[in-house]
Design a protein around this ligand. Sequence first.
Ligand code: NAP
Length: 462
Amino acid sequence: MAYATVNPFTAEQVKSFPNASDQEIQQALEAAQEAFDGWKTTTFSQRSQILQKAADLLRAEKPDLAGLLTLEMGKLFSEAQDEVEICAEIFEYYARHAETLLQPEKLPASDEQGEYWLKHEPLGVLLAVEPWNFPYYQVARIIAPQLAAGNTVLLKHASIVPQSAAAFEQLMREAGLPSGAFQNLYATKDQVETMIHDPWVQGVALTGSEGAGASVAEQAGKALKKTTLELGGADPFVVLRDADLDKTIQWAVMGRHFNGGQVCTASKRMIIDQHLYDDFLQRYTEAVAQLKAGDPMLAETTLAPLSSQEAADNLKSMIDEAVQHGATATPVGPAVPTQGAFVQPTILTDVTPDNPAYYKEFFGPVSMLIRAEDEQDAIRIANDSPYGLGGSVFTQDIERGQKVADQISTGMIFINHPTVIKPDLPFGGVRRSGYGRELIGLGIKEFVNHKLVGVVDIEAPF
Ligand code: NAP
C-alpha cells in the first residue's frame, strides 16, 4: 500500500491504507464544493467558534495526538506535544483575528465622484499537499486561515503519516466543521493532478520538496490555478567575530538538530568568522556529541531517528557524495543505535563551492561549517545559495546584526536565534524556497478574491 504507518524507531509496519479510488476523489470534490456553498455564507463568529473548538480539542487530546506523530515519523514526543500546542495557537489566532484581517477596506478615491471598497471573498475549494516533517503544523498553517476565510480544503498528506492526517480530519469534524469542508484523501499523484484540473478547485498550496513543488505548480499553471509553494531551505547561520560563543553554540546545536534535523528552516550552513572558526568547531563538536539518540518517546532522548529508513539511507549517500567531491565528514558523539532510522550526527568541513553538496539541503543531523574571512565574506556566502527561506546572524551588536540581516536575501531572518516559528509571524521564502506566505494576514489573503466594489452614482457624460 502506498499509505502506511511504519514506526521509524522499530521499523515495524503498523498499519496500511488503500489509495483512494477515483470515485472517492470525485465524491470528495463534490462534497467540498457543496460544503463551500454553505460555509462561505457563515459569519466570522460562527467560523471562529469552530476554530476555537479545534484549538480546545487539540489541547485536550494532546498526548494522543502527539503520540501519533512520534509513532509515524519519529519526532521526540516532547517536540510532538509542542507541535500540537502551536497548532492550537494558530487556530486561536485566526479565531480571534480573521474578521479584522478580512475587513473590507475603503479605498482613498482618486476623485470625489465615487466610493470604492476592497472586499476579500473566499475563492472556493483548495487543495493542500503537505509533508511529513510537521504533520499537524503544516496542515494547521493552511486550514486555519483558509477555513477562517470561508474556503474549503482537500488534503493530500505525505504517504508516511496517514493516521496523523486522518486524526486531523476527525478532530475538525468533532470541532463542528460541516461535512466536506476539510477532507483527508489518500490520493495518488495522478489523482492530485486530476483534482488540480477539476473546475471546482481554485488553488493549490504545497509544502514539500522542490521536485514536488515544480510538478504541482506546472500542473496548476496548465490549469490556470494559483499556487503557493513552501519548499526547501539551507538557512545560513552566520557567526560574526563578536558573537557570544556560549550562547551561539547552544542555539547552533538546537537550530540544526531540532526535529531530528528535518526542518526546512534548520540552521544547515554555519558560516563562521575565521577568528572564531577553530574555537567554534571544537566546542560545537563537543556540544553535538552530548546529543542522546534513542527512543523518541523517552524524555531523556534528544536526537530522534529520521522519518524513515529511506530518508536515513538517502542522507547517508548524500554525505558519501559530499566526501567523494572533497569534503571532510566527521562523525560526532557515541554511535547511534543500530535499530531505527538513525544517522550519526556528522560535521561536514572543507565543502567548497565546486562540491555539489555546497548547494544542497541536508535533511537530518548533518552540519556544514564554512569559514568566512570577515563580515562581507559571510554575507556573500550566506547569499550564495539557491534557497532563501530563513537565516540567522549571531553578534553582540544588535545594530550590526540588523545591518547584516538586511543584506541577506531570505524570507525570514533573525538576530541571535535560529529561524523562529510562531503562530503570529509570517512564514515563507524566496528563490527555490518557493513563493507566497503562510500565517498572519498575508496567509489568509493568499486565496481570497480581492474584489473591488465601487459605488459611482453620477450622471453619464453623454
Ligand atoms: P516531498 O517528497 O516533496 O513530499 C511533500 C508532499 O508532496 C507529500 O504529500 C508528497 O506525497 C507530495 N508529493 C511529492 N511529489 C509529488 C508530485 N509529483 N505530485 C503530487 N504530490 C507530490 O517532500 P519531502 O521530501 O517528504 O519533505 C521534505 C521537503 O519539504 C524538504 O525539502 C523541506 O525543506 C521541505 N519543507 C518545506 C517547508 C516550508 O514551509 N518551506 C516545510 C517543511 C518541509 P508522498 O508522500 O505520497 O510522496
